[in-house]
Design a binder for this molecule. Structure first.
Ligand SMILES: NC(=O)c1ccc[n+]([C@@H]2O[C@H](COP(=O)([O-])OP(=O)(O)OC[C@H]3O[C@@H](n4cnc5c(N)ncnc54)[C@H](OP(=O)(O)O)[C@@H]3O)[C@@H](O)[C@H]2O)c1
Length: 255
């Protein structure tokens, strides 16, 4: 069932009629975000690289909410695919209003163990793909477009050793976000950065070996949920006078 023409906007559906692409929408924060944007009324393209079945499950959940959805495979490490998924989403769902740059890799380890291949891969997925997808999105977004990127609390405060590559990659997104805001502001397009703290996902399970230390570093003393981050993304998708800004959803990790 498709949403357009069959569903009616309610007062809760602030994103009715909007089309979103969530990269890495198959799992974790991305899957929660895809569902939350659909609850707010958006049609949602779900990006993935390996998790076809998981992505298709998210598509079915979005469709169950009465929205249109499609799963799109694209490897963010590949420059052509990182940009191409934006065009594919716009083609499949008839335009693009909201880009959520969520796909990311969390590679931590002592400095001496991080290879050149690791450096190239993390920068390709966490930084270059965000630049290329944002560039492709800006080229086709109408006034009111939204670019929302998932950074990390580790771009603000690195709580221990092992974060050189990941923190470097996430810190680059602050400069990109501010520059996008300045460049796209005159077209009424906003760009913002969300900085999650420890969030319970496959990347960083709340029962993982370093979990208790991470929880202890937050003011609230616990991991966050993917839904708690998705709430911030949904807010930014609807916000009209917020751009070039960074939003910690980190339980007070940076406090
Ligand atoms: N969890 C945390 O504690 C935390 C904290 C701060 C920031 N973040 C950031 O939040 C974002 C989401 O994290 P998460 O915890 O939800 O991660 P996750 O559970 O590991 O999920 C990662 C998602 O990204 C996709 N992905 C990974 N590599 C990709 C590639 N090369 N090309 C395309 N898609 C790719 C995965 O797709 P497949 O399913 O196809 O593999 C999956 O949908 C990331 O940018 C991460 O750095 C997370």
């Amino acid at each position: 069932m498709t949403s357009q023409g069959t569903s009616r906007a309610t007062s809760q559906e602030t994103l009715h009629g909007k089309v979103a692409l969530v990269t890495g929408g198959s799992r974790g924060i991305g899957a929660a975000t895809a569902l939350r944007l659909a609850q707010e009324g958006a049609d949602v393209a779900v990006g993935y690289v390996n998790g076809k079945e998981a992505a298709e499950e998210v598509v079915r959940a979005v469709e169950a909410l009465g929205r249109r959805s499609v799963a799109l495979r694209a490897d963010s490490a590949d420059a052509a695919e990182a940009a191409g998924v934006v065009a594919a989403a716009a083609e499949a769902l008839g335009g693009l209003d909201i880009l959520v740059n969520n796909a990311g890799v969390g590679l931590l380890g002592p400095l001496e163990t991080l290879s050149l291949t690791d450096v190239d891969r993390v920068l390709a997925v966490n930084v270059r793909a965000v630049f290329l997808a944002s560039q492709a999105a800006a080229a086709r977004m109408p006034e009111g477009g939204r670019i929302i990127t998932l950074g990390s609390c580790m771009a603000q405060r690195v709580p221990g050793p092992g974060g050189a590559l990941y923190a470097m990659s996430k810190a680059a997104l602050a400069g990109l976000t501010k520059a996008l805001a300045r460049e796209l502001g005159e077209r009424g397009i906003t760009a913002n950065l969300v900085l999650p703290g420890p969030i319970d996902t496959d990347m960083n399970p709340a029962d993982g070996p370093f979990a208790s230390g991470q929880a202890a570093m937050t003011a609230l003393g616990r991991f966050g949920t993917a839904g708690e981050v998705a709430s911030m993304v949904a807010y930014l998708a609807g916000a009209t006078y917020v751009t070039g800004a960074e939003f910690a959803v980190d339980g007070g990790h940076a406090a």
